[in-house]
Design a binder for this molecule. Structure first.
Ligand code: SIN
Length: 184
């Protein structure tokens, strides 16, 4: 586990946007600068299994990009317990990483869970069609991999945020599963 200062705000950019399942004092759509979202992390404990991993998101440093997600302010009294729970939930390759989140009217220090190429489940880049195919097939203890993609796309749409990588994969997966592509 990375060595980080005690967090106050947790920034979520994947399942942590729509599936908080922990107590928080406050939450707000937020962005972080210098990062882009990619379905490059393998999941063997949530959206896939060992030997047939799913694909979930991680972030890559990119000076030109800004990533939108959800920032949660943790309550002092439950902070330690929540962080322990999140460490367990994200143990499939993610580590705490200090960042600064941009809220509507201020910037706040905090952390996110980041999966880097050094973790054993990291899958890295692949053609979008290959990623879409893998997402269509994979399933794990938390459910179908495509549900993860659908919920992420829906949560971003609800926040009014666009992510070309997520949209392109959504269209490919919907096409493969014979579902209608929702209007943009
Ligand atoms: C996150 O949501 O911020 C981390 C990746 C995930 O759990 O989907």
């Amino acid at each position: 586990m990375a060595n980080c200062a005690e967090p106050t705000w947790v920034f979520g950019y994947g399942s942590l946007i729509w599936r908080a399942e922990f107590p928080f004092a406050e939450r707000e759509p937020a962005s972080i600068r210098g990062w882009k979202r990619r379905f490059w992390q393998g999941s063997t404990d949530h959206r896939g299994i060992p030997g047939a991993p799913g694909r979930v998101v991680t972030l890559l440093p990119d000076q030109q990009s800004r990533c939108w997600g959800m920032a949660y302010r943790l309550d002092e009294t439950s902070r330690e317990r929540v962080m322990e729970q999140l460490d367990v939930r994200e143990r499939g390759g993610y580590q705490r990483h200090d960042i600064e989140s941009h809220l509507k009217d201020r910037r706040v220090p905090g952390l996110m869970y980041l999966a880097t190429p050094s973790n054993g489940n990291y899958l890295g880049p692949a053609p979008l069609q290959t990623i879409a195919e893998q997402i269509c097939k994979a399933e794990g203890p938390s459910g179908a991999n495509r549900e993860y993609l659908f919920k992420l796309a829906q949560a971003l749409a609800e926040m009014g945020s666009k992510d070309a990588h997520v949209t392109a994969l959504l269209e490919m997966v919907l096409e493969r599963s014979g579902q209608a592509i929702p209007p943009r």
